[in-house]
Design a binder for this molecule. Structure first.
Ligand code: C2E
Ligand code: CA
Ligand code: CA
Length: 491
């Protein structure tokens, strides 16, 4: 009865127990039945005692230790197990020359998951893992494989990048199912990193492989990237920047620059855009293009944007107190900021602390954020709009412009992307495009800013088509906030 109970329980909880445990339980059952049969022939109390002790020991092992190193779904090693095996291999091997660690990802597992549900997806993952391993065997028998996360596998194997450029089972050829029950294709991508020497740390190599994977994930014609050359340099640069970010805030290395924005007709300064500059101790200015994308990835951007915002507020307060004729200032907020739950609270507490009228702040958000379709983003933008901040859509036309968003989103001003101006010099078609975009935004009742105005020809053109505001090197580059005060507000 006890066995039937355990058996039924194990069957219904199969997914949680995993293969390794279920197999061990079956083994244990066979063992116990043998012992019981033996007892019929030769009743011996010590055997019963030993059998019970053996059962307890095995149960403790499989429930407390086995799952630490095996993946429940595929029976492969899990992350811990994979790392352990690799470290052991590296330690024991005479040489690891030419060995690589791969991180392999089923790119579209989420879609497969949504289509088939949890249990079926596990079956599919299991099937794919077999496929990966089989084709790996065509290539070498000297490998370690593990499933190290939901859609991630890891492999350690020799690799020369030439005789088998795609490594595992032709990553490019999509993997489908043999089972008519399922209809899917799985896309595989891999990042690889060489094991340089016997002192190498597996976790670091796996991280590097992961970084390389990020370079080609989702690409159409490239499914594998090796951590070397440009990718490696990029990663080093990223890590260095990340290491310096906190200290940079403490040392006040992020400076506020302002670029004046002009009324196109009168050429008077009517506004300004806040742009950050990183000025380290050595005085060599780092431009935002070098660090903003990194901060957007690691989340530090929100801290930076709020810092720049508070610098803007501090300056405005000072100028108001001194009775200067201030102009509204636009502050760039990353789309990452807009997805946060606390951003409104943070913005409000900064602006309230400085007692700045809300209409003096414009919030610049890139067009792509409007396309994110993120509920939190939409809600945050609406709240900011209701609070009296002007919402500006930055870089309009740079992405997949979705005209619907003008109906659904609280947009007050549109800033046209710089590439349009570059185009007008190339062709008349370029001019037609800019003209139509401006006409459309006007029909919607929205003022337009054109940025990146560098030449007289560009200026004349946008003046002719009635763009309200102009920003660009022709009139002024971004300048330190102090210079803005001195030359523009007091000048
Ligand atoms: P953006 O928001 O599109 O800012 C305009 C960029 O164009 C600025 O580059 C500006 O210096 C540059 N620019 C202005 N006029 C001209 C021109 O006539 N010709 C050319 N070629 N360029 C012009 P910058 O300051 O290097 O900033 C680059 C990007 O970094 C910004 O693009 C923005 O996306 C981001 N960024 C800058 N500061 C911040 C910030 O505080 N927070 C966030 N989240 N992003 C920022
Ligand atoms: Ca901007
Ligand atoms: Ca822009």
């Amino acid at each position: 009865l006890l066995y039937i109970g355990v058996g039924l329980n194990a069957k219904s909880n199969y997914v949680f127990l995993g293969k390794v445990r279920v197999r061990t339980l079956i083994g244990l059952m066979v063992f116990d039945i043998t012992v019981i049969l033996y007892q019929f022939i030769n009743r011996y109390i010590l055997v019963t005692g030993l059998a019970i002790a053996f059962n307890i020991v095995i149960l403790i092992i499989i429930f407390y230790f086995v799952d630490v190193i095996f993946d429940e779904v595929t029976g492969l090693k899990n992350k811990e197990g994979f790392k352990r095996s690799c470290s052991e291999y590296i330690k024991k091997a005479r040489s690891v020359d030419g060995y690589y660690i791969f991180k392999l990802e089923i790119y579209n597992l989420k879609v497969i998951n949504e289509k088939y549900g949890y249990e079926e997806s596990n079956e599919i993952i299991n099937f794919l893992s077999k496929r990966i391993e089989t084709s790996l065997k065509d290539f070498t028998n000297d490998y370690i494989i593990g499933r190290i996360g939901g859609d991630d596998f890891a492999i350690m194997a020799p690799y020369d990048g030439v005789s088998h450029p795609d490594m595992v089972c032709n990553l490019q050829t999509v993997m489908g199912s043999d089972d008519p029950k399922y209809d899917y294709v799985a896309y595989l991508y891999a990042g690889a990193c060489e094991i340089k020497d016997k002192k190498s740390d597996v976790t670091t190599i796996l991280d590097n492989a992961d970084y390389a994977l990020g370079y080609i994930r989702g690409k159409y014609n490239n499914h594998i990237a090796v951590y070397e050359g440009r990718i490696q340099e990029d990663d080093k640069n990223t890590k260095e920047i990340e290491q310096r970010e906190r200290q940079a805030i403490e040392n006040d290395e992020f400076a506020l620059y302002l670029q004046p924005i002009y009324d196109t007709k009168t050429q008077r300064v009517v506004s300004a855009e806040a742009l950050v500059r990183w000025i380290p101790e050595d005085g060599k200015i780092i431009s935002p293009g070098a660090f903003i994308p990194i901060f957007e990835k690691n989340g530090f951007i929100t801290k930076l944007d709020l810092l720049i915002f508070s610098k803007v507020c501090r300056n405005l307060r000072k100028w108001l107190d001194e009775g200067l004729n201030v102009v509204p200032v636009s502050v760039n907020f990353s789309r990452i900021d807009m997805m946060s739950n606390n951003i409104i609270m943070d913005i409000m507490s900064i602006i309230n602390a400085h007692r700045i009228p809300h209409e003096l702040i414009k919030i610049e958000i890139t067009e792509s954020a409007f396309n994110d379709n993120d509920d939190r983003t939409i809600e945050n933008m609406k709240t900011l709009h209701d609070e009296g901040f002007k919402i500006m859509m930055d870089d309009f036309g740079s992405g997949y412009s979705n005209l619907n968003m003008f109906r659904e989103m609280p947009i007050d001003i549109v800033k046209i992307d710089m590439v349009f101006l570059k185009n007008i010099e190339i062709s008349d078609n370029g001019k037609i495009v800019v003209k139509s975009v401006v006409e459309m935004t006007k029909k919607l009742g929205l003022p337009v800013v054109v940025e990146g105005v560098e030449t007289d020809e560009q200026y004349d053109f946008i003046n002719n088509i009635d763009c309200e505001m102009t920003q660009g090197y022709l009139f002024s580059k971004p300048i330190p906030a102090g210079d803005f005060e001195k030359n523009i507000l007091r000048g």
